[in-house]
Structure formats: structure tokens, C-alpha cells
Design a protein around this ligand. Structure first.
Ligand SMILES: Cc1cc2nc3c(=O)[nH]c(=O)nc-3n(C[C@H](O)[C@H](O)[C@H](O)COP(=O)(O)OP(=O)(O)OC[C@H]3O[C@@H](n4cnc5c(N)ncnc54)[C@H](O)[C@@H]3O)c2cc1C
Ligand code: FES
Length: 297
């Protein structure tokens, strides 16, 4: 069982970005120190009887108080030794998009306001599983759709510190959806952008430049790490399979408890009977792509 904490924590900053996205910084030392790449938090809006359920959000970043930039110290080749991204992180950052009532109310949070924070949750990217596969590959390819980028920054920073080559494929509807790049770019060799309306990067889905890249680099071995909307996950996973590259996906599903109790987040996986379902909140949110049944009933 992971160490998790359920605290009432203070908002440090709630910075508006483009396209209805926000970067929320919370003063949450216990949760920040316990966080591993790919884990998530459940945010409770206090005093709101109309928004009872907590909202799940990927832990985008952890950092010490007062850190202006999360790029961190100069990256250098070293053995990956700690799940922590910074010495003594105390702030948790969540990168979110307004989609409904809960996130609309989150956008109104001001410095000094308090929220309930249950975190860190889920297995995230388990170091013992992904690090060996990443080291065996020529390069790690991150594939992010919109706000899916929030789940990939911490693993990318860990891999950069381990000296591994990485590339980011990042797609959104418009250029306003391409948030969070500032912290990601120093960690990767190249960033390939795509927008559906062509306002930045390739016009179309991000899986199109990804397919061309995989075609051009047929002889190379990649580990793919993917997070985004279901259709994008499915398309990226299909490409991974077609070109023979292992693929880790960070899944989203509607969540009630975040603790493995309500079963509301279950998805179909390979198996029969009870073993045909796994909970995104506890067995995930990160899964090997081949484990998931992509045609969910
Ligand atoms: C593991 C995980 C990580 C996530 N990380 C992020 C992130 O980093 N940034 C971000 O912007 N969004 C993230 N999401 C999606 C985010 O949880 C939803 O956008 C949010 O809960 C919507 O709440 P709402 O009240 O604004 O919308 P409503 O549609 O009004 O929400 C109604 C209910 O549905 C649930 N819900 C709605 N959409 C989702 C969804 N996609 N996933 C899970 N529950 C949902 C809400 O929690 C709520 O209980 C993540 C979801 C999961 C499961
Ligand atoms: S959200 Fe309740 S079991 Fe996963």
C-alpha cells in the first residue's frame, strides 16, 4: 500500500494559462515528498455541498517552496536513485482544464484558500518496470494529448536525470491546449507539436507525425509513454503494436473514491471473471498497453 495523506492544504498560486487551463500550486509537504512519477491526487472543494466528490488530477510537478522554475538543477548523467524530483519538495502542482462544475470552481481558488488533498494515489510509473525498458530502448517517446501532458512531466524528469534520450509528441485541439511545454522542453531532444486546427505545429492529430517518425526509424527501439483522451491512446497504442514498441499508458476514468473501494473506475483488462477488471485508481493509472481491452463494453 502506498503512503498517502489526507490533509487540508493551502493554495499558493492558481495561475491562469491559455485555453481555460490553470496551474494550481498547493502547499502540501507530506504529499509532495511521498509522490512518485505518474501518481495522482484527489482534490476536495471545501464547503461546497454541490460538489461532493473529490476530483482526480495527475500530480504534474513537485518542488521546494519558492522555486521559480521546475526545470531543477542542471541535468546530468547519474543513476536514478530517488523518486523525488527535487530535494525536499513541499509544493504540489496540478495542471488542469476547466471542463465542468468542479474544475470551474477550482479556477476560482485564490492564494490562501484551502482545499482537501488526498495524495499521492495509484501506482504511477513503477520505476522497476519502466526504467529497465527505458534503458533497453534507444529513446523514450512521450505522447501527450492535451491535459494528458500533466502525467508525463515527472517521469520525463526522472528519465532525463538518468541520462536517457527522450522526445515529446504533443497534440491539442488548438495552440491554447499546448500548455505545460515550458517545463518539458528542457528534458527532451525534440518536441513535435500538432493541433487539429493547424494553429501550431502539424495540422491534425499528433499520431500522424508519430506514425511518420516511427516509419522513418523502423530500426530503432523505443519505449512509448502515453497519456491523453481515449481515442488518442488507442491510436498511439496501435502504432506501438504495429512497429513493435512497448507502450505504457496513463489512463483516466470517472472516479468516486480514488481508493479502490467503489469500483467505479474499473476498466476491462485481459483475463477472465474478476481478473478481467482492474481499478484505474489502485492498479493504475499506468498500465502496459497490451493489458488493456481497448474495446470496452
Ligand atoms: C487519474 C486521473 C488523472 C487526471 N488528471 C487530470 C489532470 O492532470 N488535469 C485535468 O485537467 N484533468 C485530469 N483528469 C480529469 C479530471 O478529473 C476531470 O476533468 C474532472 O474530474 C472534471 O470535473 P468537473 O467537475 O469539472 O467536471 P464534471 O463533468 O462536472 O464532473 C462530474 C463528475 O465526473 C467526474 N469526471 C468528469 N470527467 C472526468 C474524467 N475525465 N476523469 C475522471 N473523472 C471525471 C468528476 O470527478 C465528477 O465526479 C484526471 C482524471 C483521472 C482519472
Ligand atoms: S475510484 Fe473508487 S475504486 Fe477506483
Amino acid at each position: 500500500m502506498n503512503t498517502m495523506y489526507d490533509d487540508t492544504v493551502a493554495v499558493v498560486e492558481n495561475r491562469p494559462l491559455t485555453g481555460g487551463h490553470f496551474l494550481l500550486s498547493l502547499d502540501a509537504p507530506r504529499q509532495a515528498r511521498a509522490t512518485r512519477p505518474g501518481q495522482f491526487a484527489m482534490v476536495r472543494l471545501l464547503g461546497r455541498s454541490d460538489v461532493l466528490l473529490r476530483r482526480p488530477m495527475s500530480i504534474y510537478d513537485v518542488m521546494p517552496r519558492g522555486a521559480k522554475k521546475a526545470g531543477g538543477p542542471a541535468l546530468r548523467r547519474r543513476k536514478l536513485r530517488s523518486p523525488l524530483q527535487h530535494p525536499q519538495p513541499e509544493i504540489i502542482q496540478l495542471l488542469y482544464k476547466i471542463v465542468g462544475r468542479g474544475t470551474h470552481l477550482m479556477a476560482e481558488l485564490k492564494p490562501g484558500d484551502r482545499v482537501g488533498l488526498l495524495a499521492p494515489l495509484g501506482h504511477g510509473f513503477l520505476e522497476e518496470e519502466y526504467l529497465a525498458r527505458a534503458q533497453a530502448a534507444d529513446e523514450v517517446l512521450h505522447v501527450a494529448g492535451g491535459i494528458g501532458i500533466a502525467a508525463l512531466l515527472l517521469p520525463a524528469r526522472d528519465l532525463a536525470r538518468a541520462g536517457l534520450r527522450q522526445r515529446l509528441f504533443f497534440g491539442g485541439r488548438t495552440k491554447d491546449d499546448l500548455v505545460g511545454l515550458e517545463k518539458f522542453q528542457p528534458l527532451v531532444e525534440q518536441t513535435i507539436l500538432a493541433t487539429e486546427n493547424g494553429s501550431r505545429g502539424h495540422r491534425g492529430f499528433v499520431t500522424q507525425p508519430l506514425a511518420s517518425f516511427l516509419e522513418r526509424n523502423r530500426k530503432k527501439k523505443f519505449l512509448m509513454m502515453v497519456c491523453g483522451p481515449w481515442a488518442m491512446l488507442e491510436a498511439a497504442v496501435k502504432l506501438g503494436k504495429q512497429f513493435g514498441h512497448p507502450c505504457l499508458v496513463s489512463m483516466e476514468n470517472r472516479m468516486g473514491c480514488g481508493l479502490g473501494v467503489c469500483l467505479g473506475c474499473s476498466i476491462r483488462v485481459e483475463g477472465t471473471g474478476h481478473s478481467a477488471y482492474q481499478r484505474v485508481c489502485t492498479e493504475g493509472p499506468v498500465f502496459w498497453a497490451e493489458k488493456i481491452v481497448w474495446q470496452q463494453e
